[in-house]
Design a protein around this ligand. Structure first.
Ligand code: PEP
Length: 248
């Protein structure tokens, strides 16, 4: 089955208002009619980015959401708030959230359901640490995270799954192409067990040190349907190269 590729950028805790110029440049100078493009700025910029990108093909997303729609949760942002600000999607379960905020699979699953409740696409992240890979536990870890982080109700329309080996994030190194293929093929099989034929439509992104120079070869790997990109999504010129690879 052919799945439309997705190039998703995660700005993490980077970007002041001036950085919106990069998003506008991306939309204007790197058109990508053959793939989907998503930029996830910090929460402070979601509304402004969504407004700046209105009428373009580039969508805006959040980087995290609370499981509840509203309430006494100081500092948190709900999926409904992101949708209200103009977001179309939200990343949940990024390894930095899992590590920095102690989010476990159950918390990630609750956030994914919150995203769906608000009408957002949930970009659900999984990935092993270097110690887990060295111990030969990669597929067990990914299988457990898929089982625990993707709630019943996932569809090809409401869910994207991102494989992000923790040791490759921001590290300038990536798994080999066969290693990426092994995990992505495994993820597809696990999703088929969970969702039957609907699993064939779910997009599986690779994330971890994707750059313009390696994006094309990574996106050509079996069951890789695009990328989740951190550092290289901050500049339109860099992310534009990755978007071009996704849309090729
Ligand atoms: C990320 O954090 O989602 C990521 C993939 O980061 P980088 O591209 O910088 O490795």
């Amino acid at each position: 089955m052919t799945r439309r590729k997705l190039a998703a950028g995660n700005w993490k805790m980077n970007g002041l208002k001036a950085a919106l110029a990069e998003a506008k440049t991306l939309a204007a100078e790197h058109p990508a009619p053959n793939c989907d493009v998503l930029l996830c700025p910090p929460a402070t910029l979601v509304a402004a980015m969504a407004a700046a990108l209105e009428g373009t093909a580039v969508k805006t997303g959040g980087q995290d959401c609370h499981a509840a729609a509203s309430g006494a949760h100081t500092g948190d942002v709900s999926a409904e708030m992101l949708a209200d600000a103009g977001a179309a999607a939200v990343i949940v379960g990024h390894s930095e959230r899992r590590a920095d905020h102690g989010e476990d699979d159950a918390a990630v699953a609750a956030k994914a359901m919150a995203a769906w409740r608000a009408g957002l696409v949930a970009v659900i992240c999984v990935g092993e640490t270097e110690a887990q890979r060295d111990a030969g536990e990669t597929l067990t870890v990914i299988g457990d995270q898929i089982a625990g982080s993707i709630p019943p109700g996932a569809t090809a329309e409401n869910t994207v799954v991102a494989y992000e080996p923790v040791w490759a994030i921001g590290a300038g190194r990536t798994p080999t192409l066969p290693q990426i293929a092994e995990v992505h093929d495994f993820m597809r099989d696990e999703l088929v067990k969970k969702m039957a034929e609907a699993a064939e439509g779910v997009r599986l992104l690779y994330g971890g040190s994707v750059k313009p120079g390696n994006a094309a070869e990574i996106f050509a790997v079996s069951n890789v349907d695009g990328g989740l990109v951190g550092g290289a999504s901050l500049k339109a010129a860099d992310f534009g190269g990755i978007v071009a690879a996704a849309g090729a």
